[in-house]
Write a protein that binds this ligand. Structure first.
Ligand SMILES: O=C(O)/C=C/C(=O)CC(=O)CC(=O)O
Ligand SMILES: [Ca+2]
Ligand SMILES: [Mg+2]
Length: 402
């Protein structure tokens, strides 16, 4: 079978072949209003113009994906099929050409108005590493960890789009030897390389959502950097968990890759032993084979493999609703920091430098324990796609300001 191809030119190394078609929100040059588009190669197709004059067109002519997402999986599939046809047959080439914009000439916005943001802790390697550093002498993995996907509610109002500058947070910190806490700018500003999952279709309060209904509710995935102030976190987090050390900023990529583009990337999670309770057992695997790359000032410092995550995003969704809590359009689940078993597969600086003990040396000869003002961090990710192509996520990038 030959690979499906678009008549819109797609460079060989592009993140956005026609098998991907990720969704974003953009404002064209010389226009004033944001709208929903789909990326193809180096272009974005304005979907609000394709469906102009229809109720769907109105839902696409807004500053977030939420109204489109609320329509649910049947309409998501219809739009994807129609866009695929427009980009692969030349039947309506003039209409499409009139509504293609070069991505480097448009303004990209936060794609989703985030409803609730939950941050999980699904990497066994990451949880073990952090446990060893934060709770030395105790069991690294706490007794609940293999029975449920541990998480906490984050701050949806500070989720920002890739490219947004990150201000170094201030707060309280107190080292174990310090007599009293001090206030000041964080001196242990860190990153967390994660994948975020975006809920499209909500659910009713009081009705748990089954693990195998994942694709009926969750629309797609983004790259997510959960900026973390380790000094603030270490002092504040007992006993209720992360709070101000992680609520100042969370960056996500501008493009939401639909689950429909990730079919070829689906893999089973690692063997889960002890077997989880029945509501967490998936019939269809929802692990994902994504290769993540972490760059600090253009140098690759880590390559975390998402396929090794212990808990799948479908299990995260089932767990957040098992008590009857509803899903809302725009809910965002961070997977938790993705770390692999090897030293160069860790998804945070606290692990890469072992809490500052082993500084990283960058190609310019400088060293880092945690982030300095002016540092930029960029995450990218790739997955196997249909027809043997590579599905890319674009990037999530941010620069630290003092
Ligand atoms: O183990 C702890 O006390 C702290 C854990 C984290 O900082 C992890 C977190 O935010 C969730 C994650 O991204 O894995
Ligand atoms: Ca996190
Ligand atoms: Mg955060």
């Amino acid at each position: 079978m030959t690979a499906l191809q678009s008549w819109v030119p797609v460079p060989a190394d592009s993140d956005f072949p026609v098998q991907n078609l990720p969704y974003g929100v953009f404002t064209p040059a010389r226009a004033h209003s944001p709208r929903v588009g789909v990326a193809i190669g180096e272009h974005v197709l304005d979907l609000s113009a394709i469906w102009a004059g229809t109720p769907l067109g109105a839902d696409l002519a807004t500053g977030s994906l939420n109204r489109f997402l609320r329509r649910g999986p049947v309409e998501w599939a219809y739009v994807r099929e129609r866009v695929t046809a427009l980009l692969t047959t030349e039947d309506e080439r003039a209409l499409v050409e009139a509504n293609l914009h070069r991505i480097d000439e448009v303004r990209l916005h936060l794609p989703v108005e985030v409803a609730d943001y939950v941050d999980f802790y699904a990497s066994e390697e990451h949880a073990t590493n952090l446990g060893e550093m934060f709770r030395p002498g105790g069991e690294a993995l706490l007794p609940n960890w293999k029975h449920l996907p541990v998480g906490y509610h984050g701050r949806s109002g500070t989720v920002v789009v890739s490219g947004t500058e990150i201000r170094r947070p201030g707060g309280q910190r107190k080292g174990p030897q310090d007599p009293a806490p001090v206030f000041g700018a964080s001196v242990k500003l860190d990153i967390e390389a994660e994948v975020g999952f975006v809920v499209g279709a909500g659910s009713a309060m009081g009705e748990p959502v089954a693990v195998d209904d994942f694709a009926r509710h969750v629309f797609g995935a983004v790259l997510l950097n959960d900026w973390s102030a380790r000094d603030i976190q270490a002092w504040e987090y007992v006993p209720l968990g992360p709070f101000l050390g992680k609520s100042f900023a969370t960056s996500i990529s501008a493009w939401v890759v639909p689950l429909a583009a990730l079919e070829a990337a689906r893999v089973a999670t690692p063997v889960q032993q002890p077997e989880p309770l029945p509501y967490l057992v998936e019939k269809e695997p929802w692990g994902l084979d994504l290769a993540i790359e972490v760059r600090l000032n253009d140098a690759v410092v880590s390559r975390p493999p998402f396929a090794g995550m212990y808990w799948s995003p479908a299990q995260m969704m089932a767990h957040t609703t098992v008590n009857g809590a509803s899903l809302r359009t725009g809910d965002l689940y961070g997977s938790g920091t993705c770390s692999g078993p090897a030293a160069d597969q860790r998804g945070s600086l606290i692990e890469l430098t072992w809490n500052g003990r082993d500084p990283l040396t960058l190609p310019d000869g400088s060293t880092r324990t945690f982030l300095e003002d002016g540092d930029s961090v960029t995450l990218r990710a790739s997955a196997p796609g249909a027809d043997g192509v590579r599905i890319g996520f674009g990037e999530v990038t941010g620069t630290v300001r003092g």
